[in-house]
Design a protein around this ligand. Structure first.
Ligand SMILES: [Zn+2]
Ligand SMILES: [Zn+2]
Length: 201
């Protein structure tokens, strides 16, 4: 995909224009470039994101998902909830991995930007004037990678490989089709889904 296409897809998927999603896009593309791999069509790549929830600029992760093709639906992304603007991209075939993070100086300044001030004041991102958002996004798109990203050395990690489960059976209680690895057996020997079983996962 050309960068313009990735950006367009990102903006549509994300739902609003903000500086953090394009930062994630750029960071995701830099990680793919560092490993010399293609965007994940299935589960060729895996992302361990250090972002969390309830903090500014969490939109970063949507950009990473779009750029790397690692998505929650495919389960080849996980959040570590460290509340840090960093992630590691792993090539599942070779175990080659790279950690990419936002430079502290850059991110400190970004947190002082007029966009973040408005967010702090409770204005939803989609209601912030384009005069505030557009120049920030434009600047991010024009930055050299070295100006805002720390791309770590390519290293090797251990890759756990699991096979997908393709068999589903009906829950004896609610009748809904459930993949067998999450069906539980009751005392009478019936197979039921987690919500019907009365206990957690
Ligand atoms: Zn956003
Ligand atoms: Zn059920």
């Amino acid at each position: 995909m050309r960068f313009e296409e990735v950006l367009e897809l990102g903006l549509k998927f994300h739902g609003h224009k903000c500086p953090a999603m394009p930062l994630g896009l750029r960071a995701g593309l830099a990680s793919i470039k560092a490993l010399g791999v293609e965007r994940s069509q299935d589960k060729e790549l895996h992302v361990k994101a250090e972002t969390g929830k309830g903090h500014a600029a969490g939109c970063f992760l949507d950009g990473i998902m779009i750029a790397t093709g690692c998505t929650y639906g495919k389960s080849n992304i996980e959040k570590l909830y460290y509340n840090k603007m960093a992630f590691t991209l792993i090539d599942q075939k070779t175990g080659r991995a790279v950690r990419v993070s936002l430079k502290p100086d850059f991110f400190e300044k970004a947190l002082a930007s007029p966009f973040v001030q408005k967010r702090k004041a409770g204005i939803p991102p989609q209601n912030i004037e384009p005069e505030v958002t557009d120049p920030l996004v434009g600047r991010i798109l024009g930055l050299a990678d070295e100006a805002f990203l720390d791309v770590g050395p390519v290293h090797t990690v251990e890759v756990k490989k699991g096979k997908g489960v393709f068999t589903a059976k009906r829950c004896a209680s609610c009748g809904e089709l459930t993949f067998v690895n999450k069906l539980r057996e009751t005392e009478s020997g019936d197979l039921v889904c987690i919500p019907c079983s009365g206990y957690e996962g």
